[in-house]
Ligand binder design. Sequence first.
Ligand code: HAM
Length: 480
Amino acid sequence: MSKGASITRIRGMNDLLPQDTCVWQRVEAAAREVFLRYAYQEIRTPIMERTELFARGIGETTDIVEKEMYTFDDRDGTSLTLRPEGTAGVARAYIENGLHVSDPRARLWYAGPMFRHENVQAGRFRQFHQIGAEAFGMDHPAVDAEMCAMLLDLFASLGLKNLELQINSLGDAEDRRNYRSVLVSYFSGQENRLCENCQRRLKTNPLRVLDCKVEGCSAIARGAPHTFDHLGEQARAHFEGLRECLDAMGIRENAGEVPVPGTFRINPRIVRGLDYYVRTAFEVTAFTGVGSQNAVAGGGRYDQLIAQLGGHPTPAIGFAIGEDRLVSVLNSEQTMEFPGPDFFVVAFGAAGGAGALRLVSELRSAGFDVDLDHRFGSPKSQFKQANKSGAPFAIILGDGELQSGMAAIKPLMTLEKLQAGGVDTELVSRLLDRSKEQPEPFLATENLDGAGVPLLLDPSGQFSVGRDWLIRFCSRLFAG
Ligand code: HAM
């Protein structure tokens, strides 16, 4: 690269700018709150693991392990991989930290970046973000039902409407094996009509042919036998148990055409792209905002994984939400405004610099969010920044205010917007009305918690408060 040429980001790995992160923070805060309500605790595992963990955990013949992992040798030759998903790492941590002894029914959640070298398109990235949950040590379908409820609760708490939970059963390991051979014989008759990828999948992982997005393949897949018809007795009983538990929680099956928030649909085509699943498998599909990559979350039971990774046999179930996709559904349904600070301090003349910082630190110590323009340019340019900041009020500190020992407060928004921002608009409109009564600025008092506060009301739409009273007055502004 020539000297001075700008360096670009890696394809499929995105920057999240402040207007993006405020939505992401909202999603993460909602997830944290909902998970806590279900008594899940947070776990953080490394972003890199030994390659073998994913090869053994996710399955050698999955797309992820075969062609999507970011794998490289460490300096000592150990093969390492950037995690393509969270479950294998959490399972390793469960085993390695002896949680099967200290917390055998551990219920854990996590959030963070994952890496897959996929074909980049809308909703499909090479660094993407998952919010996931895993529950260990319980094989009762009540846990499966609670997992589904937790997902639905999270979507409801974000006010999302265009999502649908779809569930299926993949059967136990033996049912899966039988179903696999049924599928191989079904597809083999029409092998040359399948895409190149599916012809390969037919040999390595025939279940994956069922959810191929290529139209020719999905047309053939539509006529394929259902997993349901190949479930063993125990897997069938488990699935019936799940339906009963969902019903007990008021989560109804939707068999109609139109998706209904808070319900589930049975979809026998859900096969999932990772090998560790048995019995319950589920996905959340979006109807807006993500284009063809419409799976917003996926999960299921993986009762053999812990033993497969060398741990004590332990049933487990979990899900992961694709946060990038969830955010884009949220953005397609709602607009979110970037929350501004409470005050923007406009300081000029002798009040710039140290004088402004004294006031700002007083306000911040009192718990207010405060911004200022450290360039201390003209009042006009500072007001431009103040309006852009989204703060409901500017606090003005100029030479006049320094002399009078006051600070002027100027509302920057309509009363309606101020009210939406939690401001006591009754107080503000009373002061503004009074200030319009006279042509010149005039001194008045406002009763504040039994004390008369001296104010200078200004017909131009601002009011000044004595510096000694400023913090109390500012608190009062937000106490509506
Ligand atoms: P997964 O279906 O591979 O499952 O991924 C879960 C979700 O991550 C997907 O539904 C999708 O929203 C998102 N996702 C996957 N790949 C990408 C990508 N390249 N770009 C953007 N988003 C993506 C798992 O990862 C399992 N570990 C889930 C699980 C947890 N099963 C049990 N416990």
